[in-house]
Write a protein that binds this ligand. Sequence first.
Ligand SMILES: Cc1ncc(COP(=O)(O)O)c(C=O)c1O
Length: 397
Amino acid sequence: MLDSRPPLSTKQALFDPLFATSPDRRGTGSEKWDRWAGQEILPMWVADMDFQTDPVILEALHAAVEHGVFGYTHEPPDFAPALAEHLLQRHGWQIDPSSVVGMPGVVNGLAITARLLSEPGDEILTFTPIYPPFLTLPALAGRRCRQVPLVRGPQRFEIDWDALAAAISPTTKLLWLCHPHNPTGMVFGASELLGLAEFAERHALRIVSDEIWADLVLDPSAGHIPLAALDHPAARRAITLVAPSKTWNLAGLGCAAGIVPDPQHRRQWRGAGGGLVPMVNPLGYAAAAAAWRLGDPWRQRLLGLLRRHMQMVATTVEQIPGLEWLPPHATYLAWIDCRGTGLADPFAACLAAGLGPSDGLDFGAPGFIRLNVACPTDRLEMGLSRLQMAFSSPSRG
Ligand SMILES: Cc1ncc(COP(=O)(O)O)c(C=O)c1O
């Protein structure tokens, strides 16, 4: 069949044609694109991608649609084995497939662990800045969030072990780890993870590790190690939450998984949802299994694009006085410190220049912005030129 698409420009040809274009998401109920609908603001905030998902996943979805029955569905027989195989292949982690619990989202999984592993009034530790639900979910469950700020080292963000120790109280029961970490993009190393496991053991804490970003490691030297894969009792007890949604752009299909080692916790899981959590839908399950089984070639190509996009961010950020960042080890998110610009509200300055990043304030870090680079390259170029405009207008300072 003749390819009727227009030829790629030279610039596009340097990049991957798979990701050169994206469907128009306006008017589709897209959370990302509706936020500033009708305004000249390029949305580069919430963490989904503008690309179509992997064609092998579309095929699996077509097959599920052809089947045509969408009744109540629990984990289909290929779901846990596909995840187990994926974790072994990608991360060298051998899990027991019977420890896998399907759930409609990682945020939902976090909310359930608050109820399952702590009592009302207990404290949940988390490293800040952090993906906003880590800050808001504890209160919704009648628990308290105890924030421990990460510190900026020369190359990466680091754990402040003294601050962590000082944060412990008799009511601290849980540590919610985000690994790789959103928004900084850092991947915790083996010694840090082991340090956290030892810390948890010492203080009788449970660890829940949100590893939703684990398949988007950009820096090969950073190499993601699942916390629960460590040879340490507190790590082996940890609950790990994963999903194919970030890597293969499936968030709207609502399918995630917990690796829940304690059978009693698995039995209590649905009850802890208090009747508010629906079963996963069959299309979500079909897409997840296809992603884990067949999605690696597409993932590799995506990583190539995201690495180049992060280089473009680096070049731009270096040219703008007052901006600083540490290139992320993982994710498609650039976490940019704008405090050096002297602007009271850098997020507002971005909006005024037609750029819609996430506001660091929501992550507990006013003065920062988070830029989502998972879009076609020409769109990123437009976003970066608006970033330049935001911080070079006469109104700054
Ligand atoms: C660290 C982290 N956890 C969870 C989520 C959302 O997961 P879900 O859509 O499965 O609830 C996100 C989305 O950006 C995230 O960054």
